[in-house]
Design a binder for this molecule. Structure first.
Ligand SMILES: N[C@@H](CCC(=O)N[C@@H](CS)C(=O)NCC(=O)O)C(=O)O
Length: 168
């Protein structure tokens, strides 16, 4: 098995799904977390200048979803059926669509009161609720989102949902 090192910031963000897959499957890996102050210096060594990256035997793989798909495949978590696998990808892409709006909200300089109002009047009803309720409805019908076993996208949606609900 290759030697894996996942490099990201000390937050869940775009790396958490891969951490969950590693933990669930028991594949050994190093979880390197870069502190914000160290990033400008470390960025020079990261091709493309963005995190996460996965070092696979010292070679760098960028892009969080490509990383998650690769590790999920190595862990045997991706359905063999191409269509089922594509449903997994569709679910992951849907969950990822939440990120830009969420990030804009999280990093905005507005006061806590303004943010609460924005969350209640815009972010939740326009972006989060439509996706969450669609996903909730699907989970009422079956145990897992795709196929009959744990798939990486179940982790993914759980993590996105957790990130949102944990903060509100
Ligand atoms: N499409 C890329 C986006 C990566 C990305 O935007 N990473 C952000 C953190 S979530 C980053 O590295 N920001 C630091 C920078 O741009 O200097 C992915 O999904 O991996």
């Amino acid at each position: 098995m290759p030697e894996y090192k996942l490099i990201y910031f000390n937050v869940r963000g775009r790396a958490e799904i891969t951490r969950w897959i590693f933990e669930y499957s028991g594949i050994p890996y190093t979880d390197e977390r870069i502190e914000k102050d160290d990033w400008p210096e470390r960025k020079k060594d990261i091709k493309g200048g963005k995190l996460p990256v996965l070092m696979v035997d010292g070679k760098m793989l960028p892009q969080s979803l490509a990383i998650a798909r690769y590790v999920a495949k190595e862990a045997g978590l991706v359905p063999e059926d191409a269509l089922q696998a594509a449903y997994c990808d569709a679910l992951a892409d849907t969950a990822f669509e939440l990120l830009p709006e969420w990030y804009k909200f999280k990093t905005s300089e507005k006061s806590e009161e303004e943010k609460k109002k924005e969350f209640e009047e815009v972010l939740y009803p326009k972006f989060l609720e439509p996706i969450m309720s669609r996903l909730d409805k699907r989970l009422q019908e079956k145990e897992w989102f795709v196929s009959d076993k744990v798939s990486p996208r179940n982790f993914h949606v759980s993590d996105r949902y957790f990130q949102v609900t944990a903060r509100h």
